[in-house]
Design a binder for this molecule. Sequence first.
Ligand code: URA
Length: 235
Amino acid sequence: MQSSVNSTRRPSKKPPVSSESETTGTAASLIPAKPTLTSLRRAASHCKACDLWKRANQTVFGEGMPKATIMLVGEQPGDQEDRIGRPFVGPAGKLLDQALIEAGIDRADVYVTNVVKHFKWSRAERGKRRIHKKPRYSEIHACRPWLDSELDVVKPEVLVCLGASAAQALLGRGFRVTRQRGKPVESSFAPVVIATVHPSSILRAPDEKSRHSEMKAFVDDLKQVARLAKDRRQN
Ligand code: URA
């Protein structure tokens, strides 16, 4: 697996965040003429297309096989991803890894990314924890050129949206993961596009029994992804 920045940097002391926007240019203006994943990652590390860069440690770009058959898209990096600089390495990422193994998919063979490349958070009322905040439409929109470029370079056969934010960003705001999960949908992003739940929703399950059944349903969706990817490879 390609790994990007792998530091264990702690959140740095940054200047106070002003309420005024200090965005600089669009993400599209930073995209290199003949992009590769390496040049895109480097360019994205300077992105200030929305305000999220100010409170995040670093841009968390996608990583994985440059010509992966399967691309997984989540919402945005979490606390650990922001510290380490790699997508899906925190608790949700560990659950995703386990589900991929159970579905017979090797994470080293896939490309993993997010619709938003900076961690959006607020401080917990008590304690020091950084709490995930859902990105706004404008933030998803500002970040979109990076995901579009990743799709152009990787050209996955099967694109998997993990959770509502990714699914609605790519498939429209009316998309409902609860109703449409596990079923391929018509889309120009890849020959097969499919959505399932976000692994963090399984971590939030209220009890062990529902956690177990939600994990099983997630693994079943990923098994379907594995079958579809195999079909595409044989085509
Ligand atoms: N949740 C996401 O959507 N992406 C990550 O990289 C980590 C947690």
